[in-house]
Design a protein around this ligand. Structure first.
Ligand SMILES: *Cc1c(COP(=O)(O)O)cnc(C)c1O
Length: 372
């Protein structure tokens, strides 16, 4: 049907093919204490200094923020020893991923991501009018050769979450380098390092150095996870000057709000709080992995602040049944069928209380069905 004759406005081609992102659940039965373990939020909350900076911003809500987020970019630059002119901030890193797609993908252009890659990549590519191309993984981990095999003359972007959500797996830096070296120079490699701060493995790098030196590499980061500021929606990217220039032309003129800028500056300067969040996560991710494996569950090795837990495909102990048993105790996990993982649940590392309750609940759940 020609849109010239349509009875109402019709979205441009591709828009209605997008399946909207469904966030992690947050509701349980009334009267049950809620433990939201479905969105990889920080169980320690934000730095008290960030919360104070946010509260202080209430005194100047009539003011537009600095559209260039200059002080925030300077604080990030100082923290990581990088050039603030090549940092761009966004309304969450989701904003930056979309801006990258809109800047580099046109109708019919291809964007590559992996089978269980973060769902936002498909949405961003399709929203820009592009064609999503899925590269298979190996052992729930991105496979460099499979990605390179899917590059065509229409490829414009490769999105790689490293570590990946929801699997928790990662590519060592040598593999990321091999991927970059194998891509044509006109293909942008987007390294989504939303969980970089949590990774303690020596062979890992967020990609900061690669983004500093290569013309076709962008690294994105977020304040939503390690800094516990998901509500404020702040992310940043470190990119070649030409990429920043393109994104700066089309981004929202005030895409980071004033309280978010103030809280972000305080958060990035509070190393003690960041260290505490990393230490809490390392301790409890290891404990949860050990305990859940002890119950006979398959836990994918994770370097992030969440665990992907595998359940039996049939019988009384499926992922769906576990989800129900956990929810009855107020424990809300993330079902990941939309990621092609119908037999897994994703668990965010929570407070000590939440973590212990998850293990106790799953122990009872597994014992229950076993008795018949
Ligand atoms: C949580 C997450 C983000 C961060 O999104 P924001 O928009 O910054 O909150 C980005 N990428 C991945 C893979 C994530 O899991």
């Amino acid at each position: 049907m020609s849109t010239d004759t349509a009875a109402r406005p019709v979205p441009r081609a591709g828009v209605l093919a997008v399946e909207a992102y469904v966030p992690g659940k947050s509701a349980v039965a009334p009267g049950v204490k809620l433990f939201k373990l479905s969105s990889n939020e920080n169980p320690l909350g934000p730095s008290p200094k960030a919360a104070a900076a946010f509260a202080a911003a209430a005194a100047k809500l009539e003011l537009y923020p600095d559209g260039a987020a200059t002080r925030l970019r300077e604080a990030i630059g100082k923290r990581y020893g990088i050039d603030p002119a090549r940092i761009i901030c966004g309304c969450g890193s989701d904003d930056l991923l979309s801006l990258l797609a809109y800047s580099y993908i046109g109708p019919g252009d291809e964007g590559i991501f992996t089978t269980h890659g973060f769902l936002i990549y498909r949405i961003a590519i399709q929203a820009a009018g592009g064609v999503p191309v899925v590269a298979p993984e190996r052992d729930l981990t991105a496979d460099v050769d499979a990605i390179l095999a899917r590059v065509t003359p229409r490829t414009r972007i490769v999105f790689l979450a490293n570590p990946n959500n929801p699997t928790g797996t990662y590519l060592p830096f040598a593999e990321v380098r091999r991927l970059q070296a194998g891509l044509p120079p006109n293909v942008l490699l987007v390294l989504d390092a939303a969980y970089a701060e949590y990774v303690r493995n020596n062979d890992y790098s967020s990609g900061l150095e690669l983004a500093a030196t290569a013309d076709n590499v962008v690294m994105t980061r977020t304040f939503s996870k390690i800094h516990g500021l998901a509500a404020l929606r702040v992310g940043w990217a470190y990119a070649p000057a030409e990429v920043c220039d393109a994104m700066n032309r089309i981004r929202g003129a005030f895409n980071v709000n004033l309280p978010a800028i103030e809280a972000g500056i305080a958060a990035i300067e509070d190393r003690d709080h960041e260290d505490a969040a990393v230490a809490h996560n390392a301790r409890w991710a290891a404990w949860l992995t050990e305990q859940l494996r002890g119950l006979g569950l398959a836990v994918v090795p994770s370097v992030g602040n969440f665990l992907l837990i595998g359940f039996p495909e049939a019988g009384p102990h499926t992922a769906a049944a576990a989800d129900g048993a956990l929810a009855a105790r107020g424990l809300v996990l993330r079902a990941v069928a939309s990621y092609g993982l119908p037999h897994h649940l994703r668990l965010t590392v929570g407070t000590a209380e939440a973590n212990r309750l998850v293990v106790d609940t799953l122990r009872a759940f597994l014992a229950d069905g076993a008795r018949g």
